[in-house]
Design a protein around this ligand. Structure first.
Ligand code: NAY
Length: 292
């Protein structure tokens, strides 16, 4: 039924030095963020390192998340893959595992035509009973779309929403007005408050794995009309995000979880472990978050 709104972490995948998923660490991260009051999880996206994983590793993470969360909040499975058969397979698994929705990154690398991308989503939406959230991240796919093209994709039966990971807020605003029923998720945590003011339904982001209480407080301040407090919280969050992004984002998020005793583990290759000086910076960032 309904897609979740509110603050939704793009779930990290803790792994060991051989790239195997650390189940206990993943469970701790899920329980910790649930305690913070998040509204759902986006499982197996960019932050989950899906493009560095085998299909069976991705399936395993989808299964651990659904078993652990056990319907306490809705889950969205990112099933996009370069091999279409893998996407179809993961979409089926997501449905069997009780996911609320599937999501797929827009096909990338080969410079596909709009028609090719349209038929990719049409086919996925036909084979899956779950609603689809298209994952728009032009900075990483190298493929952007006009708001007219996004509106055509939104008209596919079963296409229920978009994860808008772009900083073109004019485009976001135009889409919001054009597609009042379409579920829109903000994808750049840096822009949470401006995106909220333009009417997004929720926010999916990597940094919420370690800043969920602050992001939820921002969300609630906005809802209560306390824009001064919401603006202050965005400023606090952006100071943290700037530090995180400057220190190698995903390994730093995981290192912070390790420091909190939640076990973030490592990232898959070719990500490198943090250097000694990056670890010192990570400790400073964690201390800073705790102070805010
Ligand atoms: C994903 O699929 O995990 C996401 O895209 C979540 C959105 C994040 N984008 C990426 C590429 O990591 O949270 C953002 C982003 O990390 C954050 O805004 C810092 O720039």
């Amino acid at each position: 039924s309904a897609l979740p709104g509110g603050i939704i972490p793009a779930l990290l995948t803790p792994v060991d030095s051989r790239g195997e998923t650390l189940r206990d660490h993943l469970v701790s991260l899920l329980e910790y963020t649930l305690d913070c009051g998040v509204s759902g999880f986006y499982v197996g996206g960019s932050t989950g390192e899906c493009f560095l994983m085998s299909v069976s590793q991705r399936e395993e993470v989808l299964a651990i998340a659904s078993e652990t969360v056990a319907s306490r909040v809705p889950l969205i499975a990112h099933i996009g893959a370069q091999n279409v058969d893998d996407s179809f397979y993961l979409a089926e698994r997501a449905q069997a595992l009780g996911y609320r929705a599937i999501s797929a990154v827009t096909p990338y690398y080969y410079g596909f035509s709009f028609q090719e991308i349209l038929s990719y989503y049409q086919e996925l939406c036909e084979i899956s009973k779950l609603p689809m959230v298209m994952y728009f991240i032009p900075a990483l796919t190298g493929r952007t779309f006009t708001s007219q093209e996004i509106a055509r994709l939104a008209a596919i039966p079963g296409m229920a929403g978009i994860k808008f990971t772009a900083d073109d807020l004019f485009k976001l605003e135009r889409l919001r007005g054009q597609l009042p029923e379409f579920v829109m998720y903000n994808g750049y945590d840096e822009l949470l408050l401006p995106a909220l003011s333009l009417g997004v339904n929720g926010a999916i982001g990597s940094t919420y794995n370690v800043t969920a209480p602050l992001a939820i407080a921002l969300w609630e301040s906005f809802r209560e009309g306390d824009l001064a407090r919401a603006g202050h919280l965005q400023w606090e969050l952006n100071t943290i995000i700037e530090m995180l992004v400057g220190n190698n984002l995903y390994p730093t998020l995981k290192d912070i979880l390790e420091r909190r005793g939640l076990g973030g583990g490592l990232c898959r290759k070719p990500f490198l472990p943090l250097t000694a000086s990056q670890k010192e910076e990570s400790a400073r960032i964690d201390a800073h978050i705790t102070r805010v």
